[in-house]
Design a protein around this ligand. Sequence first.
Ligand code: ATP
Ligand code: MG
Length: 336
Amino acid sequence: MTTITIENIKKSFGDADILKSVTLDIKDQEFTVLLGPSGCGKSTLLRIIAGLETQDSGVIKIGERDVSALPPRDRNVAMVFQNYAVFPHLTVFENIAFGLRMKKVSDDKIKHNVERTAELMHIEHLLSRYSGQLSGGQRQRVAVARALAVEPDVLLMDEPLSNLDALLRLQMRSELKNVLEESKTTTVYVTHDQVEAMSLADRIAVMNEGRIDQYDNPDEIYRNPATEYVGGFIGNPPMNFLTSPHWSNSAPDGAQKLGIRPEDFLVSMEDQVGYLPVQIQTIEKLGSHQQLTSELEGQGLRINIASELPVQQGGILFLQPKPEKMRWYDVRGEII
Ligand SMILES: Nc1ncnc2c1ncn2[C@@H]1O[C@H](COP(=O)(O)OP(=O)(O)OP(=O)(O)O)[C@@H](O)[C@H]1O
Ligand SMILES: [Mg+2]
């Protein structure tokens, strides 16, 4: 069982509080994604789990073991960085074997582990090639295979796909998910890409300036953002937040804003009871749907509608939020 327990981790650099009491309970074999914008503290947290950075206070446990004060080599974690270092003058085999050789593992075991992880990553036919002769995607796979070959309890990945082109990224994303399910390694994966997070994660921890706003499965994060920040970060375009709109007679006590996703409106070309008119400012035809911008009672609003609706720029559309999709947020931006 390899759980990761992160308890009240705090970290400052100078007078900047970068991590403000982060707590996360990661389950055995779970794939957790740390998601947040640049500078929110994702890499710092990952490096603290790895032991490459020291927290000011708080506890890290891997399984039952308190590893808070242990050096990286005693934590049995493997890490894949954004700028994965694959040694060009070594063969793929030796690259994958690197961590095992450092641990003075027997030759038989090295051969076994290298071949197994190379197969897992679909690079078994490349083992005798020099890594300098590989494509970016192949090199990426070597880096992941090397991390898996040491049979870590925990795999930590920091934006490992960010150097790949869009297509390769997509392909590697689904491969990674399969490989990690097969290898049953508890994984923490850092990204600022919400689509990557949604597609890979069992659970996403959404970070907001050194805090975790929400830690939940992707569906729950999408449907019920715990804070205005989460709703505004996830979704393309993100959730709309409207201050006291005319629909607010259904609002619970303390409600400050209505959160409603662009695709969650009932739409009509004619006026109907309960619908409000909006003027269409821009229309983007995206094939599967149309993405509109408009304004309601002076507040910007984004709406996704079916591609066949005959809307025109400057025209009027009548809207009502689907009642079951309305979410209400209080003055602190927290869901009610
Ligand atoms: N060694 C350091 N010394 C001083 N400040 C640091 C150090 N490491 C990180 N920081 C600061 O801490 C904050 C968080 O950095 P971190 O690298 O964790 O962000 P991140 O969420 O990984 O961002 P990105 O998506 O850009 O990689 C940043 O403001 C960064 O400048
Ligand atoms: Mg980072």
